[in-house]
Design a protein around this ligand. Structure first.
Ligand code: NAD
Length: 363
């Protein structure tokens, strides 16, 4: 098979869909990998590094789309790429078609086999191609929070870990899934006092066993949230109810009770946010705003700031599926049930029920 990797053209998207290690793995199986020249530069990967791993470098997206059987991308195709897609081509990328009616029509019309990273799902419900981005966002939430707690950046001027004789900061995390657990690890590593809140008691049991007395676990209810938000120096929103908007667990009144110069990082902002005062999405070039004396960080694509780490983390997770698609082809690769759940459009048919329901289209 020929696998084509175009340069991402979405603004501020510096990731790339394949690393040199991925090229080596695919070429070792007898496939040919076409990389658009310069595609890896945003992630610090040179054309020479790709060539050394066995890729063929080509100029411009037309060369990539025109020859590839499988297009591997990070983000969904943009309108200027629509005409480059070809019938029966396999498109493997984050697609989020539920909010992309126009792209969905294009994929159906062009009879593309579109496999969305975000709907690949294991039998136990885990979404393996979303997990690495949550791991990154969780770790970043603490890093970013520590930064804005510094006085020159508007914070109250405290060090997360404290020093001997001065207590550490209180980090309160709501949601103990991938983002929350990753945040907790980093916050503990920096010496902060960590409280983690979840409605899933088994999850809290697991964290209690893992970290013993080093972490405070609390069941999620209004009383516990109100009490913990009041003492938080850094509050991290990390809840998810699959397929739904994030529940608003922290009210305006609770935020008003927080100490001046505290920081909120609402990672769940991409699902509408779990904190009432998070009423907008912010961008990396202007990431925070202040409300009731509290700094709010609400960037919805946090991993984009660490493009190189994100590229390697993402491709570690996508490569096994890319290999399966390339080795077994279509439709044999879809006997893998996780991969089959990723198929959103198949040769003119919409095949993902959630997308059909969101767009009111037949599936
Ligand atoms: P996850 O499913 O692993 O964890 C979510 C946790 O929230 C679960 O443990 C669940 O029990 C808990 N939860 C649900 N309702 C709750 C409630 N009422 N009270 C307390 N806990 C509750 O999800 P995740 O991978 O950790 O993702 C968390 C959020 O972060 C998602 O919205 C995800 O889209 C988002 N995210 C954002 C970025 C970004 O750049 N901003 C990046 C990655 C992930």
């Amino acid at each position: 098979m020929i696998i084509g990797v175009p340069k991402e053209i979405k603004p501020y998207e510096d990731r790339v869909a394949v690393t040199p290690a991925g090229v080596l793995a695919l070429t070792a199986e007898g496939h040919k990998v076409l990389i658009e020249a310069g595609a890896g530069l945003g992630s610090g990967i040179t054309d020479e590094a790709y060539a050394a791993a066995g890729a063929v470098l080509v100029d411009g997206p037309a060369e990539v789309f025109g020859h590839a059987d499988i297009i591997m991308k990070v983000k969904e195709p943009l309108p200027q790429e629509y005409n480059l897609l070809r019938e029966d081509q396999i498109l493997f990328a984050y697609l989020h078609l539920a909010s992309e009616p126009e792209l969905t029509e294009v994929l159906l019309e062009k009879k593309v086999v579109a496999v969305a990273y975000e709907t690949i799902q294991l039998d136990n419900g885990v979404l393996p191609l979303l997990t690495p981005m949550s791991e990154i966002a969780g770790r970043m939430a603490v890093q970013v929070g520590a930064h804005y707690l510094e006085k020159p950046y508007g914070g109250k001027g405290i060090l997360l870990g404290g020093v001997p004789g001065v207590p550490p900061a209180d980090v309160v995390i709501i949601g103990a899934g991938t983002v929350g657990t990753s945040a907790a690890r980093v916050a503990m590593g920096m010496g902060a006092q960590v409280t983690i809140i979840d409605k899933n008691l088994d999850r809290l049991r697991y964290l209690d066993e893992l970290y013993g007395g080093r972490i405070k676990t609390l069941a999620s209810n209004q009383f516990n949230i109100e009490m913990s938000v009041r003492y938080a120096d850094l509050l991290i929103g990390a809840v998810l109810v699959v397929g739904a908007k994030a529940p608003k667990l922290v009210t305006v009144e609770m935020v008003k009770q927080m100490k001046q110069g505290s920081v909120i990082v609402d990672v769940a902002v991409d699902q509408g946010g779990s904190i009432e005062t998070v009423d907008r999405v912010t961008v990396h070039s202007d990431p925070v705003y202040e409300k009731y004396g509290v700094i709010h960080y609400a960037v919805d694509n946090m991993p984009g700031a660490v493009a190189r780490t994100s590229t390697f983390a993402l491709t570690n997770a996508t490569l096994p599926y890319a290999l399966e698609l390339a080795n077994r082809g279509c439709p044999r690769a879809f006997t893998n049930r996780a991969l089959a759940r990723g198929v959103n459009t198949y040769k003119g048919k919409l095949t993902c029920r959630a997308v059909g329901e969101s767009l009111n289209m037949e599936c």
